[in-house]
Design a protein around this ligand. Structure first.
Ligand code: C2E
Ligand code: MG
Ligand code: MG
Length: 309
């Protein structure tokens, strides 16, 4: 049971206000994992008002051309070469300014807007990949994040298939990043879509590993190619022995399963050198570059970051 409580006078002086606020508090109880109670607070109201505002502005953001896909380079640790990039969405709205993806993606997911937004990202990222490798005369990979809602129906797989077909891109140059949250629901259409993606020949990447259940059975059950160690572990490897031990164990396990290991959020040379010693394959983070607009990424050159240089 989830209970929301609002108090007469303090939270309203009529039945409708009290009920509305109790309802808001009940959602807080649900969000906290259910089976609990919450008292209504003004902060809850502010959170909900902000959410409504973001949602209102997000409708039409695509049509108003407010979204832009940025790219963050991924570097092969051994050679120091750029091997690809991750597509990361940015949103600027005239009324509410820049809204970070951590805030608007869950709302896009909840409202279903993510379906169209997600297709926009896939299309932009594939076009970018095409332009990038033409410009640099090198093969790269592009990693694209997917949300659970995008897996409903057979739209996603068909869309990806059609997009690859339009340009001369190999399916294995595309990596789709999902988090464990997608797999927890155990819905059969998700399994079907993941199998179809595997058959298409695109790569599957486990994002934010270490923050969720870090389930070994998911890694065994689904055809993952890549494992991304979450930034929260990478940031501690040079100072916290526990983080270091976990990263060592994760790399050994992932390699044992035949997965490529990407370290997220590499910010210092010390972290990079340590990851190199630990046998981590690929690094991504502010040490090399923040996510940048397509134009900057196309001409981005890796300068002197390799240990051997
Ligand atoms: P993510 O997929 O785990 O992406 C990595 C996040 O870490 C990005 O945040 C990136 O800018 C940030 N980051 C990378 N290197 C560093 C570093 O060295 N230090 C620090 N402090 N941060 C670093 P961003 O762009 O704000 O994205 C946040 C999350 O939003 C992403 O996490 C992803 O889950 C989601 N997201 C972004 N774009 C999309 C999208 O197109 N579709 C979907 N479904 N989700 C997206
Ligand atoms: Mg990601
Ligand atoms: Mg991540």
């Amino acid at each position: 049971m989830s209970i929301g409580i609002s108090l007469y006078l303090e939270n309203g002086d009529c039945a409708s206000d009290l009920l509305r606020n109790a309802d808001t508090a009940m959602y807080q109880s649900k969000a906290a994992g259910r089976n609990t109670y919450s008292f209504f607070t003004k902060e809850m109201n502010n959170i909900i008002l902000r959410r409504l505002e973001v949602e209102a502005q997000l409708h039409g953001a695509l049509e108003r051309d407010e979204l832009e896909v940025y790219y963050q380079p991924k570097i092969d640790i051994r050679s120091g070469c750029i091997v690809g990039a991750e597509a990361l969405l940015r949103w600027h709205n005239n009324k509410i300014g820049n809204v970070p993806p951590d805030e608007f993606i869950p709302i896009a997911e909840h409202t279903g807007l993510i379906v169209n937004i997600g297709e926009y990202v896939i299309e932009k990222a594939i076009h970018f990949l095409f332009d990038w490798q033409n410009f640099q005369s090198t093969d790269y990979t592009i990693a694209i994040n997917l949300s659970p809602r995008q897996f409903r129906g057979d739209g996603l797989v068909n869309f990806i298939n059609a997009s690859i077909g339009k340009l001369n891109i190999r399916p294995d140059q595309l990596e789709f990043e999902i988090t464990e949250g997608l797999l927890i629901s155990g819905k059969s259409y998700i399994n079907t879509a993941l199998n179809q993606l595997h058959e298409l020949g695109v790569k599957l990447s486990m994002d934010d590993f270490g923050t969720g259940y870090s389930s070994l059975s998911y890694l065994r059950e689904y055809a993952f190619d890549i494992l991304k160690i979450d930034r929260s572990f990478v940031s501690g490897i040079t100072s916290e022995k526990k983080d270091l031990d976990l990263v060592i164990a994760t790399i050994a396990m992932a390699h044992g399963l035949g997965l490529l290991v990407v370290a997220e959020g590499v910010e210092t040379r010390e972290q990079l050198n340590l990851l190199d010693d630990l046998g981590c394959d690929i690094a991504q983070g502010y040490y090399f570059s923040k996510p940048v607009p397509a134009k900057e990424m196309i001409t981005f050159q890796q300068t002197g970051h390799s240990r051997t240089q």
